[in-house]
Design a protein around this ligand. Structure first.
Ligand SMILES: [Zn+2]
Length: 231
């Protein structure tokens, strides 16, 4: 078996662990360790952007990703995408993964019952299909899966969706009026000592600082020998 193939297998195994362990996927500021599992030969970063697309921030993020030749995953809000299909199409055309986040992103509505959650997912997925030709099978719960009932989580997986939370964060939804430097520092701090990083960020309209911090974040992880992947 050649070394490239071995490394590839290790990376795939690490990715599978991320999916398999996503129920325990983590953070606010703690770090997560895959206890008793082999450490992956390839260090990887999954950049994830929630709550877009937005006219103001998503194109700037796409510009940086293109210039840095990095693929990412966009967990979209279907209702916002409906009026920004050109941006959604651009993300897809440039090789990024479109995942389901929500159609309405209204917690009271979507978490009312398993059925309303699935209806929300399906409505969002119709928007994705209209651009990509396929339904997405990757999902991020609004707010993450932390603390949700087993019934809600198993309704989603029984519906054919994989879900993923995060184990590192720019904290761009938590730090009020954050500077790019603060977001960069948060990404590094929360990802410390982690070999398979899933980094939370947002591309909603108020997150200009996220777009401004992105290149420096990417270059840091490149310098540290990480490879970038999308779900
Ligand atoms: Zn969200």
């Amino acid at each position: 078996m050649n070394r490239n193939f071995t490394a590839f297998c290790a990376a795939m195994f690490a990715s599978a662990l991320i999916i398999a362990f996503c129920g325990g996927f983590w953070l606010k500021e703690s770090t997560f360790a895959l206890a008793d599992t082999p450490s992956p030969a390839v260090k990887s970063v999954y950049l994830t952007f929630d709550d877009g697309p937005s006219d103001k921030v998503t194109p700037k993020i796409l510009d940086v990703l293109k210039e840095e030749n990095v693929k990412a995953t966009f967990f979209i809000i279907g209702r916002q995408a409906r009026t920004r299909m050109n941006i959604l199409k651009r993300a897809f055309d440039e090789g990024h993964t479109l995942g389901v986040h929500s159609y309405s992103h209204e917690y009271n509505k979507i978490y009312k019952s398993a059925q309303s959650l699935l209806d929300d997912i399906d409505e969002c997925n119709e928007v994705i299909k209209s651009v990509t030709g396929n339904y997405s099978d990757i999902y991020r719960f609004p707010g993450g899966s932390f603390g949700l009932s087993t019934a809600l989580i198993s309704a989603v997986t029984s519906h054919g969706m994989r879900y993923v939370d995060w184990n590192a964060s720019t904290r761009d939804a938590e730090i009020y009026d954050a500077t790019p430097q603060q977001l960069y520092a948060a990404a590094l701090t929360t990802a410390a000592n982690t070999e398979s990083i899933v980094l939370l960020a947002h591309d909603s309209t108020t997150k200009s600082a996220t777009a401004q911090a992105l290149r420096k974040i990417i270059r840091h992880f490149k310098d540290e020998g990480y490879l970038f992947s999308a779900f």
